[in-house]
Design a protein around this ligand. Structure first.
Ligand SMILES: [Zn+2]
Length: 395
């Protein structure tokens, strides 16, 4: 009876005290969903096909690329460390060249070169475009977003609140998903497809989870390569964390020297990405050594922020063939090792404080002989130096 009484008291306390809950409810962000853009571009394509007036077509293109989704897209491509990656004129002339091939000459840029065949595919196959808009209209986006929010929250430290955000789907042809400030863009042209051509909802939910996780983590580590302002060494340590977590836990990236987080699930990558990933695998020591060297130079004060951004642009964000950038692989390996050796909480600790990156990684290797044998190690002095830094994101 006494036991029962204790149980009843405990239950009553649990109803009255929030502290009884192991996972306190988090505030649900407000999401502004905007999926109008594909229809706008479809109408533009139809207009281009039927109109004989180049001036009228240009005006219509201007209307589209000055709409909110495309404005956000331009800010995504033209980041402060690479401000001319996608000039608006290049985009305009690429679209104009769907009818007037010569319009694009002299305006070629890497991003629009990549986009052009994708836009041509849909311009020359309007019925495919219409069919895919129809598939999109049948997806319950609210449920997908809600599931993605829950999954992203599971991988964020306590206290992190995913901010309100603008979520839009638009024809892009390059980045399949991105976040910038409080906006999340998703490429209509690269929505994941099932074998029957309809949209693969599980894959789409994974993309949403990945990007929403970035939005949440950005509240701890300000964007623009987690700019910690005064200290390049902190920037270097922060670089692999966000993509590392998102790729390892959400895309379920393969190893590397560390295994998949969930061996029962596939990795959410295209075959091209997987081929590049296994190439990275073969040069894992070299990639780690480059990263250690980058940190050592930053710590010694011989790497300015500008030099860091240049190296980021020329090496870390570059990908082998059509795979993901190198720093995604590096991050996935580091976070995978920490998870395998020390568990999820250690990964959450690193998200809260990047000065713990090498410390936890090294502890993870020490705790697991297999990892220690298979994975690159970090020099002792580098670990000591990294843990002497102070991370204060509020500054
Ligand atoms: Zn990402």
């Amino acid at each position: 009876m006494k036991t029962y009484l204790h149980l009843i008291i405990l239950i009553l306390l649990c109803f009255s005290l929030a502290s009884c809950s192991t996972t306190p409810a988090r505030k649900t962000p407000r999401i502004e969903l905007d999926a109008k853009s594909p229809k706008q571009i479809l109408d533009l394509f139809k207009f281009i096909k039927k109109s004989d007036s180049k001036i009228a077509i240009e005006k219509k293109i201007d209307e589209c690329i000055t709409s909110r989704p495309f404005q956000v897209m331009f800010s995504h491509y033209n980041r402060s460390w690479n401000p001319n990656k996608l000039p608006k004129d290049s985009m305009k002339h690429m679209i104009l060249s769907l009818k007037y091939e010569e319009a694009y000459k002299g305006h070629e840029h890497r991003v629009t070169n990549f986009m052009k065949p994708v836009w041509e595919k849909y311009y020359t196959n309007i019925s495919l475009f219409e069919k895919e808009i129809d598939y999109l209209s049948k997806i319950d986006m609210n449920t997908l977003i809600s599931n993605a929010l829950n999954k992203a929250n599971e991988l964020l430290p306590r206290g992190v609140l995913i901010p309100d955000f603008y979520f839009f789907i638009h024809p892009n042809g390059r980045s399949n998903g991105f976040v910038i400030k409080n906006s999340h863009g998703l490429d209509f042209f690269q929505l994941p497809k099932s074998k029957d051509g309809t949209i693969d909802k599980d894959y789409l939910e994974m993309i949403l989870t990945h990007e929403i996780h970035h939005l949440g983590l950005a509240t701890l580590m300000p964007p623009e390569l987690y700019d910690t302002k005064e200290n390049t060494a902190l920037n270097v340590l922060s670089m692999p964390i966000g993509e590392g977590v998102a790729n390892k836990f959400i895309n379920n990236a393969p190893g590397g020297c560390t295994s998949k987080v969930d061996s029962t699930r596939k990795s959410y990558y295209s075959n091209e990405v997987l081929v590049g990933w296994s190439d990275y695998n073969k040069s894992e020591n070299k990639i780690f050594n480059k990263f250690i060297d980058l940190f050592n130079r930053a710590f010694a004060g011989s790497l300015t922020k500008k030099q860091f951004y240049t190296e980021f642009k020329n090496y870390w964000i570059k990908s082998r063939n059509k795979s993901r950038p190198r720093f995604y692989f590096l991050g996935a390996e580091i976070m995978g090792v920490i998870y395998q050796g020390l568990g999820k909480n250690a990964c959450l600790d690193v998200m809260k404080d990047p000065t713990q990156l090498f410390v936890k990684y090294t502890q993870a290797l020490e705790s697991n002989p297999t990892l220690k044998q298979r994975c690159p190690s970090i020099p002792r002095q580098t670990v000591i130096n990294s843990s002497s830094l102070i991370f204060n994101p509020k500054k």
